[in-house]
Design a binder for this molecule. Structure first.
Ligand code: BT5
Length: 322
């Protein structure tokens, strides 16, 4: 009911009376009034004027399903959009749904995570309404090998969306961060369920710091937010809609890979390439200069003896960053 009342309000250019809404939906005035109050509770500012009716004059600042459904410009990502008030981890939430068969492109976003996850059991700071936390379910008909570059592709999409929306010089730190002024703005956690030659599903979880100014001690020195960098608080719903659009475009264009369609863009936006790095491969530490990201999404590092070693995941320390 709330959604239907929202749609009517959204589609009318001027004030619309409770009576007219109740007629359109064939429900009581009382039901309309309840729905209006529910929308107000969600954060919509709805003006009501005697003899004229209701009109939306402002939208929720927090992530909101109605708003997102209305502004999304994607073909499949977010067509099934779930917005949770709170959850442990949007990745875990979506993985559970995936096992139950939910559709390709489903997005689970949350206003707060109580056990937000990074890689290797690390924590992701996920305070309520400060930032954006969401996960995207994908069911590509590809093998695990063919999607090995998916995290860098997602990083590229997020980096492009931030540059477009906020006009800041952010860069990708291979494989799963977006950074600005050498600090971490975005983290990406990709999880997959697969058989030997077929992906069952992939969940890409993305956390983007938006409004947060005060980070906990353990991340203070390396984290930043869009507000800290720009002095502006972007509209979270519009921004998430744009990120999802870029994600869909990048994944579709390159069929989930780093290849000739996106490699140039990737290299241009990658802070890692061209820098002195230290990485782990197995038990050994490799030092050298990052020279490329290949079609498998692997980082190629040229060592002092001029051999090129590929690294496919894990920690990379860029000299002078983190
Ligand atoms: C990541 O791991 O960067 C992946 C983060 C993915 C978070 C999203 S939120 C939606 C979805 N649901 C989840 O539960 N997770 C995903 P990693 O590269 O391991 O980096 C983790 C490290 O980043 C931590 O150990 C901290 O040092 C730092 N960190 C934690 N929270 C941060 C934050 N909000 N901003 C910047 N750095 C943070």
């Amino acid at each position: 009911m709330n959604e239907k009342v929202f749609e009517i309000l959204q589609n009318s250019n001027d004030y619309i009376s409770g009576q007219e809404i109740s007629k359109k939906l064939n429900v009581s005035r009382q039901a309309v009034w309840k729905a209006i109050n529910a929308l107000k509770e969600q954060g919509f500012t709805i003006d009501s004027v005697t003899n004229k009716g209701y009109k939306i004059i402002d939208y929720p600042k927090a992530l909101n399903k109605q708003v997102l459904d209305n502004i999304l410009e994607t073909k499949f990502i977010g067509k099934n959009m779930i917005v949770l008030q709170t959850t442990g981890s949007t990745n875990d939430y979506l993985k559970t749904l995936s096992h139950k068969g939910c559709e390709n492109g489903t997005v689970a976003a949350a206003r707060e995570q109580t056990s937000g996850k990074g890689r290797l059991g690390r924590k992701w700071v996920s305070e309520k309404d400060e930032n954006i936390y969401f996960s995207v379910l994908l069911r590509p008909q590809l093998s695990p090998m063919e999607v090995s570059g998916i995290t860098p592709v997602a990083g590229l999409a997020v980096c492009k969306a931030i540059r477009e929306f906020c006009n800041i010089d952010c860069k990708i730190k291979w494989p799963n961060d977006v950074i600005v002024n050498n600090k971490k703005l975005v983290g990406i956690l990709t999880e997959m369920s697969a058989e030997f030659d077929a992906v069952e599903f992939i969940v890409i979880g993305i956390g983007i710091n938006i409004d947060q100014t005060d980070f906990p001690e353990e991340v203070k020195s390396k984290a930043t937010s869009l507000f800290l960098e720009t002095g502006n608080k972007p509209d979270k719903n519009k921004f998430l809609a744009l990120v999802l659009k870029h994600l869909e475009d990048e994944l579709t264009k390159s069929n989930y890979k780093i290849n000739e369609t996106n490699l140039e863009d990737y290299k241009n936006l990658c802070a890692t390439i061209g820098r002195k790095v230290t990485c782990c491969k197995g038990n050994s530490r490799i030092q050298g200069t990052a020279v490329n990201v290949n079609t498998k999404g692997e980082l190629e590092v040229k060592t002092e003896d001029n051999s090129v070693i590929t690294v496919n995941s894990g920690e990379v320390i860029i000299q002078g960053i983190y």
